[in-house]
Design a protein around this ligand. Structure first.
Ligand code: SF4
Length: 384
C-alpha cells in the first residue's frame, strides 16, 4: 500500500536504528508532540529499540485530551437543553466532565449525535430548522480549517440555527510554554507533521533559535519516527538547533495557503486553557466578531460552570511529559479505557490509552508508597 508499507519496512528500520546507535554519544531527551506519534512509538516498541541514551517524552498532542474541563462542562450544559441537537465526533462522548459525560446526557434524553464531519452537523441544521444545532469544534491546526469552512458555509447559506462550541488549540505556543517550564527536560522536538501540512513551518525557526532546540517535522509511520529521531540526534550531537523537514512528502514550508486563509477569515487567536495544564497565551482560536452569531458560547451564554477535576488523575503531568502513564497510581486499576478517569485514557490518541493498549502486561503500576509517586507536582510548572 503506497505511503504506508514503505514506511514500515523492517530492513530500513534496522538501518536507521544502526545509524542512530552509531551517532549517539550522550543522553538526549526528545519530545514527540503528537498523540498519533506516541501511539506509533508505543505500538511498535520504538522507544525500546532506541539506544538507552535517547529518551522519548510524550507531549500534549492529543486534541481530545487537552480540551479543558470547563468546555466539556459547557458542552454538557448545552447538550442537555431540549431545543438543542448536539453533534460531536465520537471520542468526545466518553470524556469525563464534572460528574458525567455526553453519553450520560444522551441517556437522560439529550439529543446528542455522533457525526463524521462538521458538514454533517450543518446538514442536520438545515433539516431541523426548529432546533438549535451545535457542533463541538475541538482540536489542533488540522481540524480547525474544516470547522472554519463549515461556519463560513453556514453564514453564506444563511443557516442561522447552526453554531460551533470552539475549543481549538495551536501547537507552537504550547512548545514555547513547555520550554519555559523550569521542570522541562526536553532537548529536541519531533513536530507534528499534519499540523505543519496546514500551517507550514514558519513559526518554528524562531522557537528553535530562542530555546536552542532542534525541531524536526515528522510523520506518523515507524520509519518517519526513526528518521525524525535520527535528524534530531544528529543535530544535538553537532550542537545545532535548526528546523528540519523529515516529512517532505506531506509538508511544504508554506503549508496550505487556502486552509490558512479560511482560518484567518473565521477565527482569531486567543488565550486558551489546556486541560490539566492551564492557560497558555495565544494558544487557541475563537470565532471572530464577524461570525459571533455562530458562536455557541455567545448564543447560549453558558455561565456559572463549577468544574471539579478527579483528584487522582495525573493527566496534566502526563500531557507535559513529566510522568509516564504507568507512573499514575490509577493506571490499569481504577482507570482503564472502559472506566476512564481522564481524557488521556479515553482518547484514541491519548498516552494513557497507548500504554494500556500495548504495554499494560509489561508494566507495573506505581503504588502510592513508591518513591516515584508525586515527584513532579503539576504546580511546579509555570504553564499552569
Ligand atoms: S491513567 Fe487514568 S487517572 Fe492516571 S493520568 Fe492517565 S487518565 Fe488520568
Amino acid at each position: 500500500m503506497k505511503y504506508i508499507e514503505e514506511f514500515q519496512d523492517p530492513e530500513l528500520a534496522r538501518r536507521l536504528l544502526d545509524d542512530i546507535h552509531a551517532t549517539v554519544t550522550r543522553p538526549w531527551a526528545l519530545m514527540e508532540v503528537c498523540g498519533g506519534q506516541t501511539h506509533t512509538i508505543i505500538r511498535h516498541g520504538i522507544d525500546q529499540l532506541l539506544p538507552d541514551q535517547v529518551e522519548l517524552i510524550h507531549g500534549p498532542g492529543c486534541p481530545v485530551c487537552v480540551t479543558p474541563l470547563e468546555v466539556i462542562d459547557k458542552a454538557l450544559e448545552i447538550a442537555s437543553r431540549p431545543d438543542v441537537i448536539f453533534c460531536s465526533f465520537g471520542d468526545m462522548l466518553r470524556v469525563p466532565g464534572t460528574g458525567r459525560d455526553l453519553f450520560q446526557v444522551r441517556s437522560e434524553g439529550g439529543d446528542v449525535r455522533v457525526v463524521y464531519s462538521p458538514l454533517d452537523a450543518l446538514k442536520i441544521a438545515r433539516q431541523n430548522p426548529g432546533k438549535e444545532v451545535v457542533f463541538f469544534g475541538i482540536g489542533f491546526e488540522t481540524t480547525a480549517p474544516p470547522n472554519a469552512m463549515t461556519v463560513h458555509q453556514a453564514r453564506k447559506l444563511g443557516i442561522r440555527n447552526f453554531s460551533l462550541l470552539v475549543s481549538h488549540v495551536r501547537v507552537p505556543p504550547a512548545i514555547e510554554a513547555i520550554m519555559q517550564s523550569p521542570s522541562c527536560r526536553v532537548q529536541g522536538f519531533l513536530a507534528a507533521g499534519h499540523v505543519c501540512s496546514v500551517m507550514g513551518m514558519g513559526e518554528y525557526p524562531g522557537l528553535a533559535a530562542r530555546h536552542r532546540v532542534p525541531i524536526v517535522v515528522t510523520g506518523f509511520e515507524p520509519l518517519d519516527i526513526l528518521e525524525g529521531v535520527r535528524h534530531a540526534v544528529r543535530q544535538l550531537e553537532r550542537g545545532e538547533h535548526t528546523v528540519d523537514n523529515a516529512y517532505a512528502r506531506a509538508v511544504r514550508p508554506e503549508g496550505n495557503p487556502a486552509a490558512i486563509a479560511m482560518l484567518e477569515d473565521v477565527f482569531e487567536v486567543t488565550d486558551r486553557a489546556w486541560r490539566g495544564i492551564g492557560v497558555i497565551p495565544d494558544s487557541g482560536w475563537r470565532l471572530s466578531e464577524r461570525y459571533r452569531e455562530h458562536d455557541a458560547e455567545h448564543r447560549f451564554s453558558v455561565t456559572d460552570i463549577t468544574t471539579r477535576e478527579p483528584a487522582e488523575c495525573r493527566s496534566g503531568e502526563v500531557l507535559q511529559g513529566l510522568i509516564k502513564p504507568n507512573q499514575c497510581e490509577a493506571f490499569g486499576t481504577t482507570c482503564t479505557p472502559r472506566n476512564p478517569l481522564g481524557a488521556t485514557m479515553v482518547s484514541s490518541e491519548g498516552a494513557c490509552a497507548a500504554y494500556y493498549l500495548y504495554r499494560r502486561l509489561d508494566l507495573t503500576p506505581v503504588r502510592a508508597t513508591d518513591p516515584i509517586a508525586r515527584t513532579a507536582p503539576l504546580e511546579a510548572s509555570p504553564v499552569v
